[in-house]
Write a protein that binds this ligand. Structure first.
Ligand SMILES: [Zn+2]
Length: 316
């Protein structure tokens, strides 16, 4: 992901809106948005940081997982097995994109509980996502925090929610491929491949989710956590209350906009909450040191519980 001034993000969004209003490209019909009714907050206390930690370690042990690699395939299989064990059905969303390193076959992984909407042309009220890929480097890069941590939190949330089919039915989990740029950093044409594809496909559905949540770099308890400054005001209120209740004392509004997987969703018209560790102050970010050494089960627990409590608080 990449930081840039909020004003720049607003200009990009304004530009997109202007193109819309000028009638080019053809504006889509106003989508039907699902309404969201709160998931009870009693599930938050069931979220185990230790369980999430074990998932992160298992994923890291599979080795680097850049797009279309053997490690990525093994990680997909690990997730599919764990989701299935908790009653979730998964779908691989495959697509090919040209990149600065040539065409690459990408795979997003989508999961819904068996109690939920079975028709993938329709949505669930909420999507919760994070990226699965690790950045391809010329050294061994396993991305324990960068891609691993949010994935572990998602698997543990899936386990917790599966205890209540009515709540699980409201959520779709998405593991995005190709968040990382093939070149140095994310630009408008390099990186966020999976979330851009997912957002485009989502807009073709018969109805849309009410909102989305995207997590990234959430395993380091020594750094601050940031949420997106452009999130709706009611989301900011809800996440701050949820963080307080979950002991996530280091969460604050980001002073600048961050380019990550929530941005293509927001540009498609889906309001989002984005929670990310302060990567600019992680000396190991995109370096060989992003290993299990930097992962703290407590940070994973606070993130999981804050996210679950947000789901309870946001509808009130
Ligand atoms: Zn990264």
């Amino acid at each position: 992901m990449k930081r840039f001034p909020l004003i720049l993000l607003l200009l990009i969004l304004a530009g997109a809106a202007t193109m819309y209003l000028c009638g080019k490209p053809k504006p889509p019909a106003e989508p039907t948005r699902l309404t969201y009714q709160a998931i009870p907050d009693k599930f938050a206390a069931e979220f185990s940081g230790e369980n999430a930690f074990k998932h992160v370690k298992a994923i890291v042990d599979l080795g680097p997982r850049p797009p279309a690699s053997e490690g990525y395939e093994k990680t997909l299989q690990y997730l599919e097995k764990d989701f299935a064990a908790n009653g979730w059905t998964t779908v691989r969303q495959k697509f090919t994109r040209s990149t600065p390193k040539g065409p690459i076959d990408f795979t997003n992984l989508l999961a819904r509980h068996k109690s939920g909407e079975a028709d993938w042309a329709k949505s669930t009220p909420v999507i919760i996502g994070g990226h699965l890929d690790s950045k391809k480097m010329d050294f061994e890069f396993v991305g324990a925090n960068d891609g691993g941590s949010s994935t572990g939190v998602i698997l543990e949330m899936a386990r917790v929610l599966s205890a209540d089919p009515a709540s699980a039915a409201k959520v779709e989990f998405v593991l995005f491929d190709g968040e990382e740029a093939l070149l140095h950093t994310i630009t408008p044409t390099d990186g966020l491949y999976g979330s851009k594809h997912y957002a485009r496909e989502m807009t073709k559905r018969h109805n849309w989710p009410a909102f989305g949540i995207v997590l990234d770099l959430v395993g380091d308890d020594d750094r601050e956590f940031l949420y997106n400054p452009e999130t709706p005001a009611s989301f900011a209120v809800a996440v701050e209350a949820a963080a307080r209740e979950s002991g996530m004392t280091k969460l604050r509004r980001s002073p600048s906009a961050i380019l990550d997987d929530h941005v293509p969703l927001q540009e498609a018209g889906l309001p989002c909450l984005h929670i990310i560790g302060d990567f600019m102050n992680m000396p190991y970010w995109h370096e060989p040191g992003d290993t299990m050494e930097v992962i703290d089960a407590d940070a994973l627990k606070k993130t999981g519980r804050t996210t679950l409590r947000f789901l309870a608080a946001v509808a009130q």
